[in-house]
Design a protein around this ligand. Structure first.
Ligand code: GAL
Length: 657
């Protein structure tokens, strides 16, 4: 396991580099990610490359045993490139170009941007391919979909549509362009959609295709760099730093060209804040390639550009780092080594303060690094092996962004309800695309699976017939791949599989209704209400209020060797707890003893040994169950089946089986 830092030698006098390298070694830092914003120093004039300074920095680090990951610097093209080709600035829907002075100020489809990206990538790859310190590459930095409105993109989008549909007749039919007299008789008539055009909304099918195109543009841009890196530097691997629950692009497609996924983890503040819980993001990032990942930027202190957030509590950085490892991280790289004296990110604090002195953040990182080194051999090659999964899809996410329908249907909010409920039972959970091999999972939740293709329906049915338990929720099957509403009763292509049809529905949003479970308990539910008609399923809950009072709201159907649940609404933890009380034993998943609130439980397995990670994310002591016979590798020894973890304490236990 590697521990690292993001290091910018170009920000510091060369005399300081040996001090930094020594302090890194003393803290147990083994790798530095570098150069991803240094284009103006790497190519100060067009085709005048300057790599000697980076060679020297690499040598200084290497002398202390610190290896390097180099970033291609294409997130910040230099001023000379923009001066020469102002048309590479991306355009907003009004044609306005942001200009110079921040970052990401480039259209990834622009031929000049592409050409210069290839050139700097090739020059760097050829130069550093055999440098003993360089172990791998990071493409660009935190890619997003290329949601650009420049003339190059307009043309490229139309070409993309032509390739997808062949003829305008096919496109008009697929999009339902007859609505509002939008049938196209020439490709050049097709606009790029945008949100606020005269307060009117564009065709959802046009939107979805534009989102696909913008995402594929970024994937194609990265692919050019990956090909060059692989050809010129075959000894080194290639990754990219993803952004967790970021939504603008298809991360599965972006990950497909890489050796492994990395991501940037900034949980921010306290556990109590929903967004500060990175467990879902870790699982989603592990799921991009269904293997271990790196954290390429891990928060290590106060964050902030112009304003500052609260300081992570003592021990919180170490807890976040161990949480990452428990969820499958093979390296944790802290952002950044030293707080910068200049530029936009002066208040985004590093391991060292502005003064460069090792202080308490340094000591906390060094402690984590020493612990990680001690467990490295044991954990090497261990993997998370989940038996429950939540399905994820970027296209579905975009379709909800295009037509949100009701508050609460946002993609990751839907996923988080199921993910949190399964994790609260102490289960490891994979977040995977529908194309993954689902047969390894006893339970699969497909919350809000809105666009259902015939292939999706077949996959899900095969999973159930083979013995799996599938959890469905409202808005399943509403759309086809072109983002048109399907004509069948909902859940349309999954109606027979689920054994129910939706007779009526209500977009509750923030309103609540009452649901009565068949054991008599009543719960508040929200966001959406489906009135279900049983075809070949049994009701497990009914509406106890509102327009659908007395009608089924929750159903279960045995199908082949498996089971399908249709949960026609959304609820709080009590709803999912009640659901899982029935689902998990039936699905053959062990009823784990209660996981205390605020303790992150995860496991990695290797050679018949399970490594159990317990991370107390709260500030108070928590008692968490530990299997009999488990041995503490880190943290408090278990007593009578429990580990007593002080606030923000970590326990790692070696368990048999
Ligand atoms: C990340 C980004 C870094 C740095 C950091 C702090 O998202 O990759 O380059 O900007 O945020 O703002």
């Amino acid at each position: 396991m590697l521990v690292g830092v993001d290091y910018y030698p170009e920000h510091w006098p060369e005399e300081r580099w040996p001090v930094d390298a020594r302090l890194m070694r003393e803290a147990g830092i083994g790798v530095a990610r570098m150069a991803e914003f240094a284009w103006c120093r790497l190519e100060p004039r067009e085709e005048r490359f300057s790599f000697a300074w980076l060679d020297r920095a690499l040598d200084v680090l290497d002398a202390q045993g610190v290896k390097a990951v180099l970033g291609t610097p294409t997130a910040t093209p230099p001023a000379w490139l923009h001066e020469r080709y102002p048309s590479i600035y991306p355009a907003d829907p009004r044609g306005y170009r942001l200009g110079f002075g921040t970052r990401l100020q480039r259209c990834l489809n622009h031929p000049h941007m592409r050409e210069h990206s290839r050139r700097i990538t090739r020059a760097m790859a050829e130069h550093f391919a055999d440098h003993p310190a360089v172990i791998g590459w990071q493409t660009d930095n935190e890619f997003e979909a290329n949601l650009c409105y420049c003339p190059v993109c307009a043309d490229a989008f139309r070409d993309w549509l032509r390739a997808r549909y062949g003829t305008l007749d096919a496109l008009n039919a697929a999009w339902g362009s007859v609505f509002w007299s939008q049938e196209y008789s020439g490709w050049s008539q097709i606009p790029l959609p945008w949100e606020a055009r005269c307060g009117q909304s564009h065709n959802p099918s046009l939107w979805l295709d534009y989102r696909r195109f913008a995402s594929e543009s970024t994937v194609a841009f990265q692919r050019e760099q990956v090909r060059i890196l692989r050809a010129a530097a075959p000894r080194q691997w290639v990754t990219h730093n993803f952004m967790g629950l970021h939504e603008s692009m298809d991360y599965y497609a972006l990950a497909a060209d890489l050796d492994f996924v990395s991501w940037d983890n900034y949980p921010g503040g306290d556990w109590q804040q929903e967004w500060a819980r990175p467990d879902l993001a870790h699982d989603a990032m592990r799921g991009l390639k269904r293997r271990g990942f790196w954290v390429m930027e891990e928060q290590c202190g106060i964050t902030g550009w112009e304003r500052m957030a609260r300081r992570p509590r003592p021990g919180q950085v170490r807890a976040w780092a161990w949480q990452a490892v428990g969820h499958g991280a093979e390296a944790v790289v802290f952002f950044r080594w030293r707080s910068c004296l200049f530029g936009t990110e002066q208040y985004w604090h590093g391991v060292l303060n502005h003064d460069g002195e090792p202080r308490r953040r340094y000591r906390e990182v060094a402690r984590f690094a020493a612990e990680a080194a001690a467990l490295s051999e044991a954990l090497e090659g261990s993997v998370v092996r989940a038996r429950a999964a939540v399905l994820n899809s970027y296209e579905q996410n975009w379709a909800y962004q295009i037509q949100p329908q009701a508050d609460g249907l946002e993609w990751w909010r839907q996923a988080r309800r199921y993910h949190a409920a399964l994790r609260a039972r102490g289960l490891d959970v994979d977040v995977v695309p529908i194309e993954a091999d689902l047969s390894a999972y006893r339970v699969v939740a497909a919350p809000g699976w809105y666009i259902v293709t015939p292939e999706d329906a077949a996959r899900l049915e095969a999973y159930v017939l083979g013995g799996g338990t599938l959890l469905l929720s409202p808005r399943t099957g509403v759309k086809d791949a072109a983002n048109l509403c399907r004509p069948e009763p909902l859940p349309a292509l999954l109606r027979e599989v689920a054994g129910v049809e939706v007779d009526d529905y209500d977009a509750l949003g923030a309103a609540t209704e009452r649901l009565r479970l068949d054991d008599g308990r009543e719960l508040d539910v929200t966001v959406w209400a489906d009135a279900l008609r049983l075809l070949d399923a049994e009701a497990a809950g009914h509406w106890a209020s509102g327009a659908f009072e007395g009608e089924p709201a929750l159903t279960r159907r045995r199908h082949g060797a498996g089971t399908v649940w249709y949960v026609g609404t959304f609820g709080g933890p009590d709803l999912y707890a009640a659901l899982l009380d029935r689902v998990l034993p039936e699905a053959g998943l062990p009823a784990e003893p209660g996981v205390p609130d605020g303790v992150d439980v995860s496991r990695r397995v290797k050679d018949g040994v399970t490594y159990l990670f317990l991370v107390n994310m709260t500030g108070e002591e928590r008692r968490a169950p530990v299997p009999t016979g488990a041995e503490a590798l880190l943290g408090p020894a278990p007593a009578e089946g429990y580990a007593a973890l002080p606030g923000r304490e970590v326990g790692v236990y070696r368990c048999a089986g």
